[in-house]
Write a protein that binds this ligand. Structure first.
Ligand code: AMP
Length: 184
């Protein structure tokens, strides 16, 4: 049983690590970015409502995002735990998450921060080629990370495990697993 949040700037490798960690730990990986992109490709109402925010690199409003996460966490596979990738991204979302979990007497077990310098992440994103990876949008997403998401690291101080995320993909996964297993 593990309820885990992955935090890091866009381009830190959250998505890649979330997939690897989920497999290793036997819990589902829940990525809000993937959920939005999936809704968008299916042309659902939620996807269409989120589209302009994704295109601009802005945060999708909480009433859409939190509802989507609540529905996903209510699915049976998430009972055994989860890795959240890309949520929460603001203190308000963090509060919404702890309220959701508290409804079932649950709480987070750990928050893993992937630590990468900004010049490294921008270079990675420019090489990735996703359609919201233009330079302006990348810069905007970094700015939102700094202003809105970075404060979460302090907010989650007692649960926080900071992992150096520069280096080989497999090596970073090992570092996260080691940090998780050495938790007190
Ligand atoms: P990501 O795949 O995590 O980089 O997310 C891609 C885009 O989805 C972001 O730039 C936002 O527009 C949207 N998004 C993902 N997660 C959230 C969230 N927790 N709150 C608001 N918007 C989000």
């Amino acid at each position: 049983m593990l309820r885990l949040v992955l935090v890091g700037p866009p381009g830190a490798g959250k998505g890649t690590q979330a997939v690897r960690l989920a497999e290793n730990l036997g819990v589902p990986n829940i990525s809000t970015g993937d959920l939005f992109r999936g809704n968008l490709s299916q042309r659902t109402e939620l996807g269409l409502a989120a589209q302009r925010f994704l295109d601009a690199g802005e945060l999708v409003p909480d009433e859409v995002t939190v509802g989507m996460v609540a529905d996903r966490l209510a699915e049976p596979d998430a009972v055994k735990g989860f890795i959240l990738d890309g949520f929460p991204r603001t203190i308000a979302q963090a509060d919404a998450l702890s309220e959701l979990l508290a409804e079932d007497d649950h709480e987070l077990d750990a928050v893993v921060a992937l630590d990468v310098p900004e010049d490294v992440v921008v270079a990675r994103l420019l090489g990735r080629g996703r359609c919201d990876d233009t330079e302006d949008v990348i810069r905007r997403r970094q700015e939102i990370y700094r202003d809105e998401t970075y404060p979460l690291l302090r907010h989650y101080g007692h649960l926080l495990l900071t992992v150096d995320a520069v280096g080989d993909i497999a090596e970073v996964t090992e570092r996260v697993l080691t940090a998780l297993s050495s938790r007190t």
